[in-house]
Ligand binder design. Sequence first.
Ligand code: NI
Length: 266
Amino acid sequence: MIFDTHAHYDDKAFDEDRDAVLSSLKGNGVGVAVNIGADMASSRRTVELAARYPFLYGAVGVHPDASAELDEAGMEELSCLADREGIVAIGEIGLDYYWDTAPRELQKYWFERQLALALEKDLPVVIHSREAAEETLNIMRRTYQASGGKLRGVIHCFSGSAELAREYTGMGFYIGVGGVVTFKNGRKLKEVVEKMPLERLVIETDCPYLAPVPFRGKRNDSTLLTFVIEEIARLRGLSAEETERISERNARALYGLPEKGKEWQS
Ligand code: NI
């Protein structure tokens, strides 16, 4: 089955037909998707979605762009939301120096606080890093070492070099690969996919964003991951079936899900 490790089905892009899209996933080979929170409101919606749909799991967290809305009460609420059924990670969290929506010191502060929350809950983290590769790596490495190697998770929508990927996979982190790998200008990510250890690769849509070629620019959803799988298979000289199977196994290991989780209910 296809396992989408990063989706935003709570996004307003799905307001018109959310249930229809979600209900069609299973019939199209998608077995599991993890909905990722990006602020307090979307973290709450993620908990609701994970409770409603057996094949949806969730991550709760506040994206660096929304850092300014986080406070102690927010951290307490995130801590409660993280305990709810089907919540399997803290994210997406990290640094975004591209949009710079929030002051960098504030981004770093709440990033580190949420990493600490993940360690406290013994959950993996979903990392967002844009134009902040060095600082993100420094914080991740420092926290990884301070935790005695307990910090774990995925670098979502990986956009770094093969060398940076090696730094992360060396610490046991997973690399999230999505639609960008099918883009003509996706050469850097293709090289990462060619060189990285296959047991650290997971696939993701980041839907509604980043639809793969030939749907680039359109609304994305988990069924389009077949195009991502095909490209990874081509780059690694594998069959699409093998690639799908390996990426599912890796995704279950990343989120600590059994082979037959709640998606087998109903
Ligand atoms: Ni995302």
